[in-house]
Each structure stands twice: as structure tokens, then as C-alpha cells.
Design a protein. Sequence first.
Length: 377
Amino acid sequence: MLDLKRQYQPLHQELLEAVGHVLETQQFILGEPVAAFEKAATRQLGVAHALGCSSGTDALWLALAAAGVGPGQAVLSTPFSFFASVSSILRAGAVPVLADIDPSTFNLDPDAVEAVLDSPSGAAVRALLPVHLYGQAADFTAMARIAKTFSLKTVEDAAQAWGAEWKGVKAGGLGDAAAFSFYPTKNLSAAGDAGMISTNSEEIAERARALRQHGMRRRYYHDEVGWNTRMDGFQGAILSIKLKYIDGWNDARRAVAARYRSLFAAAGVAEAGPYPAKGIVLPHEVKGSKHVWHQYVIRTQRRDELRAFLAARKIGSEIYYPVPLHRQEALKFLGYTEGAFPEAERAAREVLALPIFPELREDEQQTVVTAIAEFLS
Ligand SMILES: Cc1ncc(COP(=O)(O)O)c(C=O)c1O
């Protein structure tokens, strides 16, 4: 599914030197290695502020809290994402309100968002939390319009979307604030847990900087209750190195995705979407968006059978995500029942992520495509 060593090996020496420098200078928490990464990250994303923190999950909480989300408020998000997209809303003391997804992109459906905001459950919503799922930005033309109409803040879950763009603007600079994850399997990855928030707002950045260190603006004077969500020096140093290569890696992912499309077309098994009939539906890049292909996710009605067939041939695949968030045991108290979000529920039954990473070779992709064609025949 993913061979991280192919990325590590050519960088081995450079990474060791960067880690060695942290040991020499003993800058283990924030400090110069993290500040250098933050500076380079702002330049690359075209945003005013970036703050390194301990994980994508913490970055989501930090972004929400710094944007003023708290008790008595609700935040609207998607039922089809990783758990942290919604748990972070609860962690900020607010209530998650969900809307269904667009079946062709798996991202929030703007019409569904508006319908929820117009309903009684939408009354307390103060912020939107769209997720750029699988590396493709949510429709931010629509999200920005809706946010303006309903006077909402927007916090992007850009955990899977370093380098993605919507109408020429990079993810991370689309909303009031954004959260990134550098979990080791992400497009831009640390050597452990790490995350970052980005924002163009001086006010949000200032508050996030304090909340990241227990609400301290002056040492040992606590203005509000924050948390410890700081980034390690080692992660900052490693991320600064990888930042130099990420555009090239994302280009390579885009080439892999394009190659899947032509190999599947040649095998004659791809169907027009959004729903699969007898074959498979391929993912696509929305016009005006730059997809960075964190995942390459196909749809098929015979998903579980296909996954077992591939596993028997030692081909990795994964299901992101098998249970929509409103059906998770931990979130049952939100009161959503089966059928509340039919698109998310159907996607959870049909999606299958195939191997994708920058160093994936054409012969390996051909093996995947041939196996899927064999299964479907
Ligand atoms: C969409 C999404 N949101 C949030 C997170 C949380 O990030 P982390 O694992 O760094 O806490 C992840 C990654 O796992 C993710 O994929």
C-alpha cells in the first residue's frame, strides 16, 4: 500500500544531519528548528502565519479554539472523514452538526450544507469545518459564499491536503484557519506525530500561539486555559528538509493518478460515476482544483470481495472509512440514525483506496490494474 523507505533512502544523510543539529543545539521543543519550518511553510502556502503543533488532531482543536469556537456553539462538518474532524469539535466544547457529501468528490455537498443551516439544527452553527478529503479541496467557492450568508467562520481540515489548491489558492489559505497533519503516511510527513495550523488572521495566530502553550503570553501567567500542543524540534527539522521536496512528490503523485486512469481505461473496466454498476468508478480532479492524491479511491459495489481478492495476491488496499462518523459508537449520542446521510453511508460501503505514493512504479500499478480487471471479469 505504501513503501515509506523509498522516500527515506535518498534523504537519509540530509535527515541525519538535521536530527544531529537538533541534538547539538538541544532545541527539543519549538525553538529555532520549528520556527524555521514555520517560516518556510508560510512562504510555501502563501499564508501569513503557520504554527507547528503536536498532531493534526491538536491542530484542529487549536484552530477551532483560536477562531473563537466554544461551548454553546455548533460546528458543521462531514460524516465522511477521519474521526478527528468531528472529535476536535467536541474537544473545543462545541456540538458537531453534520451534512451529507457529494458522491462524486466525497467532500461536503454545498446544497446539503445550506439545507442543514436553514433547518432548526443549523441555528447554533457558528463555523464550517470542511475536510479536503483524499487530497482534493472542498468546494471553497461555495463554502465561502455560505459562510458569508450565514456569518460563519471557516476552519479547513487540510490534514490530507498539503499543496492542494482551489481556484489557485492553496489549502491552508482558503478559510479563516486550517489544520494540517504530518502523520507519517501523509504527503508531507514527520517522523512521528506532528501538525500545524495556518491562518491569515493576526488575531487567530496570536491566540493560537498562546493556546498552544497553556494560554501563556508571559511565562507562567495564564490568560486562559489552553493545552500543550507544541511541535518537537526533531519534527520541525525533519519537516524543513521534506518541505524542499514536497512539490516534486505531489507532482509524482499526480502522475501516478493519471497513469492509473489510462491503465484502467486500457483495461476497459472504468465506468462513468458517481455510482458504480458492474465495474469500478475512478476518482477525478474537479475543474479548478489541484488534487494532490493523498489517496486514490475507487468505488465498487463488490468492495469487500475485491479487497480480499487483492489481499490474496499480496496487493495492499485500505478502506477510508468503513463507518461514517454518525454511525460510530462514540458519536451515537449526537442522535443521527441510519439513513441520515445516505451518500456518506453508501460511500462507506463502496470506497477502496489503492496503493499510491510518489515512488510507485508503472509495473506495480499495472499489477494492481490487471488484478482488478481479472476480478471484474
Ligand atoms: C482528515 C483528517 N483529519 C484529521 C487527522 C488527524 O491528524 P493526526 O493523526 O495528525 O492527529 C487526520 C489524520 O490522521 C485526517 O486524515
